[in-house]
Design a protein around this ligand. Structure first.
Ligand code: HEM
Length: 429
């Protein structure tokens, strides 16, 4: 009988002991997998991971709020330590990923963030909108008569990548190479590669690092270039003590993932979610003014960054639990985002929800995502274009596959179908 074996559901200590971030319930549905924790043990130590897991909305927010006590210094650390062999491979490429922005401590972080904030201002983003819409339409034109497509391959992978490269001012010539690289970077940082896989990943990460260095050199040769990384490179010349060489190189590598993977995955999750909630989809098709809040609700209900990290700089307590100095925290936004204590009926999708925007998918506080309005804008335009041109779209039968990792979530493929004869624009023609 379950009682005799110590039923894990009723024994939070056993649930904590068994918590596995790389397989099982957490990989299937991180918010649901931590329901027991939200209800019974909202801060717990997970020995298999070596991290303290934080699952309630208010606790996650208070961790985000205090970036001094809860330092972001471990945000880009390999969650699965590198094997000796992998370390040596990385060394052979002079790999030196250090502080970017997201993992930089104060006071260096805020000075740098302020120096580099300008490009993210809403009025600067206006100009990007037309490009996003044009790229989206071009991608849709290519598949609109086919009746079936993997939406990620057909659109959601490449458009955010092109938008990111354009925003950064990075040349667009090596998109295929970048795909291998960004995947390797994600596995390397948030995944659990086998010893064998670590070797392969280390080579790709090493090459990515060198490639980032080469891009910077190319960009330095164009002092008048436009885009955020060109601006960064100019600031590096102007205020090298704030925008350091190490920062520029590390950021060049990290930003491609930060600006691209996050948005592609969030967009894929959004379409998957809305197509599985047909009433919500139909409401949006009938009334596109619902789109901005639907985007926010999808970021809450099925965001792409499901867990982030922090490390304590002094002993402290969190929701009554004592944490030592140096404690590593996995703060699970996906769980906080469905916390009943903050979101009524948090485990259901409601595109009319009035506090959807409170979600933690972009983080919170001093490090909150600088690109959040770019990501939102892309998601809004994708939804506007697809609901207008393919309102009869439906999910195809399929098994969804996710790359096992703690933090980035979205299916590898998203197959959708429709009857091209019913495309509204054929009737319009
Ligand atoms: C930081 C998520 C899109 C650039 C972050 C953080 C998260 C995040 C969770 C850490 C926040 C914290 O520690 O409080 C996302 C999601 C996106 C997205 C879910 C899309 C849906 C973008 C885009 C860009 C970008 C498009 C750039 C064009 C950054 C930067 C930071 C950051 C520079 C570091 C900010 C700092 O530490 O001060 N993002 N991001 N992100 N993101 Fe995003």
């Amino acid at each position: 009988a379950p009682e005799a074996q110590g039923c894990p559901i009723s024994d939070p200590a056993a649930m904590a002991r068994e918590f596995d971030a790389f397989q099982g319930p957490y990989q299937l549905d991180p918010a649901e997998a931590l329901r027991w924790s939200r209800d019974q043990l909202p801060v717990f130590y997970a020995p298999k991971l070596g991290y303290w897991v934080v699952s309630r909305y208010d606790d996650i927010k208070s961790v985000f709020r205090d970036a001094i006590l809860f330092s972001p210094r471990n945000v880009l650390e390999k969650i699965t330590p590198a094997t000796q062999e992998a370390q040596e491979i990385l060394k052979s490429y002079d790999y030196g990923m250090a502080r970017t922005m997201v993992n930089e401590d104060e006071p260096a972080h805020m000075v740098r963030r302020r120096a580099l904030l300008d490009h993210f201002m809403p009025e600067k983003l206006e100009q990007q909108q037309d490009m996003v819409r044009r790229l989206t339409r071009e991608k849709m034109d290519a598949f609109i008569d086919s009746g079936r497509v993997d939406l990620i391959d057909g659109m959601l992978y490449e458009v955010p990548l092109l938008v990111a490269l354009h925003f950064l001012g990075v040349p667009e010539d090596e998109i295929a190479t970048l795909k291998t690289f960004t995947l390797a970077h994600s596995v390397n940082t948030w995944g659990k590669p086998s010893d064998q896989k670590q070797i392969e990943v280390a080579h790709d990460v090493g090459r990515f690092w060198q490639y980032a260095g080469e891009i910077i050199e190319k960009m330095r040769a164009q002092p008048e270039g436009t885009g955020w990384m060109h601006h960064t490179i100019r600031m590096n010349a102007e205020i090298p003590e704030v925008v350091t060489d190490s920062y520029v190189h590390s950021m060049m590598m990290a930003i491609i993932v930060a600006a691209h993977e996050t948005t592609s995955l969030a967009s894929a999750n959004m379409f998957k979610t809305l197509l599985a909630h047909r009433d919500a989809w139909n409401d949006i098709c009938a009334d596109p003014t619902l789109i901005p809040n639907a985007v926010e609700e999808c970021l809450r209900y099925a965001g792409s960054t499901v867990a982030w990290r922090r490390q304590t700089t002094a002993p402290t307590t969190l929701n009554g639990v004592d944490l030592p100095e140096g404690a590593k925290l996995l703060i699970v936004q996906a769980s906080g985002n469905q916390d009943e204590r903050h979101f009524e009926g948090g485990d259901t999708l409601d595109i009319y929800r009035d506090n959807a925007i409170d979600h933690l998918t972009f983080g919170y506080g001093a490090h909150q995502c600088m690109g959040k309005n770019i990501g939102r804008m892309e998601m809004r335009i994708f939804l506007e274009e697809v609901t207008r041109r393919l309102p009869h779209l439906r999910l195809a039968d399929q098994e969804f596959v996710y790359m096992p990792n703690t933090s980035f979530r979205g299916p590898d493929e998203l197959w959708v179908e429709w009857d091209p004869a019913q495309n509204p624009e054929r009737a319009d023609a």
